[in-house]
Each structure stands twice: as structure tokens, then as C-alpha cells.
Design a protein around this ligand. Structure first.
Ligand code: ASP
Length: 652
């Protein structure tokens, strides 16, 4: 991915640069709407006749008008003009009669925007550039107009020129000119268009917009609040249209979808945004399978042609299995290295910490096998792994190396009896030069630790050239049968929803809600792609009584805050369920972008700031008055307040 982009951009830097035909082909192919199999009219209603990137030998002799940015000028003879579609070479006229045209084209700084009119001609023999899609032709200019001049830029508009992300975000409008950002945003637009087509045209969904000014509701992520003119009253920005989509079902809009903006005030988290987009879906009279098949069809239909076909149905795994085999509810199933329970091998062990763990309830001995680990992993790799386990999980991890001479090499090698060694080899299918990482402890804890180490080892092996997670492979997975509730992190004596409070219990576990709610499974499903959660949803509780019980008796929430929903469920609410796909993350994985910020036109920084406009910003006290709000300044921000007028300093 990155290598092709940097090659592409090196190509953009000079008119003689090499731009592999394959890449250009892919780029222009992606501009074709696959559902209609035709290229859109890129030049309708505007001043140009063609785009810079579309001209070929078939256009020879045509009079064209092009608008674009000056990418490059060579010896005042050639100029390369760029638009979103590509580059074209323009010949600057040298004869006296065209002196004014020459002056415009030679004096305009790089990145100025110009309009040129002229004839498409062949490049002189030997001067063609076979690596450039427009490399057989050039434009013999007759007229030129400077539409707007460009000042000295904070960075060059060339993808290969390195710039910090803070600078890119500060000048986002310039960053958007890069081919990478153009590609990401256009691909996003096409996928969304195809999703709309699939849902509305093929399956009769209704696109409904729901409010962004709402009220604070219990459960789920923290919401942003918006002041109102009524003293002490606040709106809240919805973390998702969850309640509205359920209310639409009560209202008989029985197949709803929305490209929905959601807001979560979760503080700084890598690769999260305070505002983000979901493809939000809800259907009446549907079960889990119905939602899953719809989602698979939606992704298959909107999937970019050049990413290969998607096989459906996607495989499915229970939450318990995901945790036991991968140590996480979002397993990256592109590679193995699964967690194996080896408790039985060590029932009679003399190794203290293994024996201790096995004597406790839920205690187990678990391990992962790192293929070729003895070859690729060094001692210095193992120490940080053991330290991580000790610091974050309070767990011991033991490496067991199986050398080419089939000798065990481990701090506990002397304590591994022969039959234990054989049992371990058989159970884990250990080969020469493998490493086994072994831990012991409470099942969940041991699995989570090994899940993290599995990814860590994959990073280490890949850094040494082993390909484990092919970026061209898209491994979707449904994770199902989640528990309905989990112990609260800050107070494990209380329960919170694993998904959200509207999730229905598994039909065979309803009775547990009244006896042992912590044991109830839910009808919640997550969609995982290459180890990232890209969607989640559930079948909902549609009976007011059950919903009331969950909110009040199990979750100890204030039901008054949700009285509107409880009331609605009592007025003939149909059974219903839905899902939301995280559009930003999905597009990020499809494009192979390093961060979700690279698939959002105007993202916030890591700390939730808009570095271009400097939002959030201060508001003078008199403007806060109508909202009955006064700022109580923390002492350490008094200095910050004083520096209100200081020039903006970008975050890194
Ligand atoms: N509203 C849920 C979420 O944002 C998705 C759903 O249950 O449909 O995670």
C-alpha cells in the first residue's frame, strides 16, 4: 500500500517520473461506478471540457479546456497540471505572439490554479512516458488564465514529502489535495453510495434523519452536553440513534437506515474520534440471522471491485470461544497461534506457580505456540514480554524453546517431565524451532494476557520478515452469544450492559434475568474485521415490562430518564433488531490507511481538537449568560485563560 503510494507520488513529482500503469489503472477504475459500469460525467456544468487525468491518444486533435493546479514546471517549457483525476503535460508556447500566455504560465507559482485551453497533440517520438496514463500526449496551449495564485505553502503537495500529522491537520484543505486523501474520500463516497443503493433500492429501507439535540440517557458511553436557554437544562449529543431507531420501529418505519453522525465524549483515545459515522440499521420482525445476512449482502454489494470478492456467510464464533482461543472478543483470524489449554498436561506438575494456579477455581495453564519463534525471537524480545505480563496482568510467562536438537530450553526445563514434554508437543503440535509461551492463572485473565502476547509476537515476527497478516486479506468474523451483563470495572459487585441496555437476552436465558442475571447470554452480535470491531448490534427487548426490569432491577438506572421509550414499547412495539457499522474504521481497513483520521475529511486531533480552526474555543462570559453558565476556572488554567489571544500552537 505505502510502497505503491510513494511510487505514485514520486511519479507526480516530475513529468518524467515513473507511474506504474497498474496503479493508475486501479485509480481510474475506482472512479467508475461499478453498479452502473460507466464513468461519471466529471466535466458537466463547469468551465473545463475534460479532466487532466483522462486525456489519451484517442483525444488527439481535440480542443480542450482544463482547470487544475500547477504541480511542476520544467525549464519554462513544460508545465504539469493536476486535478483529482491525474496529471497532464502542458507545453508552454515559446513564440512571440503567445508572450502573454507564456508570462502567465511561467510566472504563476506552483499550486496556483489555472485554466488552459489548447489542442491535444502527440508527444514527439521518444518523449512519451509509458508510465504515465497521459504520457502519450501533451497540450499545445492557446490561451491561459490565472484563476488564483498560490502563496508559499507550509508544505509541498506531494504525498512522499514527509510532514507531521499536526501540520497536515492544521492545513487540512491542502492535505486534501494529496492523491492519498483524494483516493480515501472518493472510495468512501462510493461505498456509501452503493450501501444506500443496496438498502433503499434493493431492499426497501427508508433513510431517516434523527435529531442530534437529544437528552442525556443512561448506559453506554459518555455524552457531550449542550447548554440550553432554560436554566440548568442541557441537551445531549446522542452517542448513537439507538432510541430513535427503536421508536421508528414502533412508528411502523419497519426498515430504517441512516448514515448517522454519533458523538462520544471519551477523552483522548488512539484511533477514536469524538464524532464519527455509523451506517445505522434497524428492522422489525427480524432475528439475528436476518441481520447478519443483510449485513453480509450490504458489504458484498458495496465492496470495492479491486479488493477481491467477499465470501459469505462470514464465519461465526461464540464470545466464549473467541476469548478461549484468541484472548479477545475481536480476534484477528488471519493467522493462527491460538491459545491452547494445557492444564491436563500439568496436573501433577512440581512447578510451583502452575500447581498454585491449577488448585484455584477457574485456574488453568494456557499457552500459545509461536511458529519458528526459536529462530526469530531473541532473548531480548522475551524479557519485555515477561515484564509486560508481570506489570499489566500480574502473571508469570515462561518461554519454552524447542531447539533443532529437540532439546527444551526453558527456565522450567528441568521440571518438565518427559511425558509432560511429549503431551505438550502433541497437544500444541510443536515443531522444531518453535517457542511456546506458557502462563497459568484464572481462565479469563490468562487468555487475555496470551491474546495480547499473540499480537505482540505477530508484530515481532513480521518485523523480521514473516508474513502473518496479509493486508490484502479481509477476514470477517461474527462474534455471538455475548454475556448480557458484565461486572462494572470500577465496582465489580454491580452489573453493566455488555452492549447496551436495550439488548434482548438469549431466548433460553430470559428466566436468568430474575435469578442470576450475570449468567444470561444476550442476542448481541459483533462484526470483526482483521481484529477490529467494525460493527455491532442486537435483537432488542420489545416488551416494556422486561425492559423496565433490566433498567431498574439489574442495572439500577433511573427509569424516568427512559419513560418515553418504555411507554412506546407498551403501545404495540413490534419485535425488532439492528446493527451499526463503524464507517470510519471500515473504510480505514479497506484503504489500509494508518489511522481513521486519514479517511475523515476534517478529523479532530488525538486530544479532540480541530487544529485548523482551533475548536473548541473560549466564549466570552457575556455570551454564556443566556445559558446561565459560568466557567469555574481550575487554578492551573488561569494562565491558559490569560493566553487567550496567543497564536495557536498545533499539537503533535
Ligand atoms: N447503537 C448501537 C451502537 O452504537 C448499535 C446497535 O445496537 O444497533 O453500538
Amino acid at each position: 500500500m505505502f510502497c505503491w503510494l510513494s511510487r505514485l507520488n514520486r511519479g507526480l513529482a516530475t513529468p518524467t517520473g515513473r507511474i506504474p500503469r497498474l496503479i493508475w489503472g486501479r485509480f481510474s477504475r475506482s472512479l467508475v461506478l461499478s453498479s452502473q459500469r460507466r464513468t461519471p460525467e466529471f466535466s458537466s456544468f463547469v468551465a473545463r471540457t475534460n479532466t487532466c487525468g483522462e486525456l489519451r491518444s484517442s483525444h488527439l486533435g481535440q480542443e480542450v479546456t482544463l482547470c487544475g493546479w500547477i504541480q511542476y514546471r520544467r525549464q519554462n517549457i513544460f508545465l504539469v497540471l493536476r486535478d483529482f483525476h491525474g496529471l497532464v503535460q502542458v507545453v508552454i508556447p515559446q513564440d512571440e505572439s503567445a508572450a502573454s500566455v507564456k508570462k502567465i504560465l511561467c510566472e504563476a507559482p506552483v499550486e496556483s490554479v489555472v485554466k488552459v485551453s489548447g489542442t491535444v497533440i502527440s508527444r514527439p517520438p521518444g518523449q512519451e512516458n509509458p508510465k504515465m496514463p497521459t504520457g502519450e500526449i501533451e497540450i499545445k496551449v492557446k490561451t491561459a488564465e490565472l484563476l488564483n495564485s498560490c502563496k508559499k505553502l507550509p508544505f509541498e503537495i506531494k504525498d512522499f514529502v514527509k510532514k507531521t500529522e499536526a501540520l497536515r491537520l492544521q492545513y487540512r484543505y491542502l492535505d486534501l489535495r494529496s492523491f492519498q486523501m483524494q483516493h480515501n474520500l472518493r472510495l468512501r463516497s462510493q461505498m456509501v453510495m452503493k450501501m444506500r443503493e443496496y438498502l433503499c433500492n434493493l431492499h426497501g429501507f427508508v433513510d431517516v434523519e434523527t435529531p442530534t439535540l437529544f437528552k442525556r440517557t443512561p448506559g453506554g458511553a459518555k455524552e457531550f452536553v449542550i447548554p440550553s436557554r432554560e436554566p440548568g437544562k442541557f441537551y445531549s449529543l446522542p452517542q448513537s440513534p439507538q432510541q430513535f431507531k427503536q421508536l421508528l420501529m414502533v412508528g411502523g418505519i419497519d426498515r430504517y437506515f441512516q448514515v448517522a453522525r454519533c458523538y462520544r465524549d471519551e477523552g483522548s483515545r488512539p484511533d477514536r474520534q469524538p464524532e464519527f459515522t455509523q451506517i445505522d440499521i434497524e428492522m422489525s420482525f427480524v432475528d439475528q440471522t436476518g441481520i447478519q445476512r443483510l449485513t453480509e449482502g450490504l458489504l458484498q454489494y458495496s465492496w470495492p471491485d479491486d479488493k477481491g470478492p467477499l465470501g459469505v456467510p462470514f464465519p461465526s464464533m461464540t464470545f466464549a470461544e473467541a476469548l478461549a482461543s484468541y484472548g479477545t472478543d475481536k480476534p484477528d483470524t488471519r493467522f493462527g497461534m491460538k491459545i491452547v489449554d494445557i492444564s491436563d498436561v500439568f496436573r501433577n506438575t512440581e512447578v510451583g506457580f502452575l500447581r498454585d494456579a491449577l488448585s484455584k477455581p477457574q485456574g488453568a495453564v494456557k499457552a500459545i505456540r509461536v511458529p519458528g519463534g526459536a529462530k526469530y525471537l531473541k532473548r531480548k524480545d522475551i524479557e519485555p514480554i515477561r515484564k509486560f505480563a508481570a506489570d499489566h496482568f500480574n502473571q508469570e510467562v515462561l518461554p519454552v524453546f524447542l531447539k533443532a536438537n529437540r532439546h527444551w530450553n526453558s527456565p522450567v526445563a528441568n521440571f518438565i517431565m518427559e511425558e509432560q514434554g511429549l503431551g505438550l508437543t502433541r497437544l500444541m503440535e510443536i515443531q522444531e524451532e518453535d517457542v511456546v509461551l506458557l502462563t497459568a492463572g484464572e481462565h479469563r485473565r490468562a487468555c487475555s494476557l496470551l491474546g495480547k502476547l499473540r499480537l505482540e509476537c505477530a508484530d515481532l515476527l513480521e518485523a523480521r520478515g514473516v508474513v502473518l497478516r496479509d493486508p490484502a486479506v479481509f477476514s470477517f468474523l461474527w462474534v455471538v452469544d455475548f454475556p448480557l451483563f458484565l461486572p462494572k470495572e470500577e465496582n465489580p459487585g454491580e452489573l453493566e450492559s455488555a452492549h447496551h441496555p436495550f439488548t434482548a437476552p438469549h431466548p433460553s436465558d430470559v428466566h436468568l434475568l430474575y435469578t442470576e442475571p450475570e449468567k444470561a447470554r444476550s442476542q448481541h452480535y459483533d462484526l470483526v474485521l482483521n481484529g477490529s470491531e467494525v460493527g455491532g448490534g442486537s435483537i432488542r427487548i420489545h416488551e416494556a415490562r422486561l425492559q423496565h426490569h433490566v433498567l431498574e432491577a439489574v442495572l439500577k438506572e433511573d427509569v424516568k430518564l427512559l419513560s418515553h421509550l418504555l411507554q412506546a414499547l407498551d403501545y404495540g412495539a413490534p419485535p425488532h433488531g439492528g446493527i451499526a457499522l463503524g464507517l470510519d474504521r471500515l473504510i480505514c481497513l479497506v484503504t489500509g490507511a494508518p489511522s481513521i483520521r486519514d479517511v475523515i475529511a476534517f478529523p479532530k486531533s488525538f486530544r479532540g481538537h480541530d487544529l485548523m480552526s482551533d475548536a473548541p474555543d473560549f466564549i466570552p462570559p457575556e455570551e454564556l449568560k443566556p445559558y446561565h453558565i459560568q466557567v469555574s476556572w481550575p487554578t492551573d488554567s488561569a494562565a491558559e485563560k490569560k493566553s487567550l489571544n496567543h497564536p495557536h500552537c498545533p499539537e503533535s
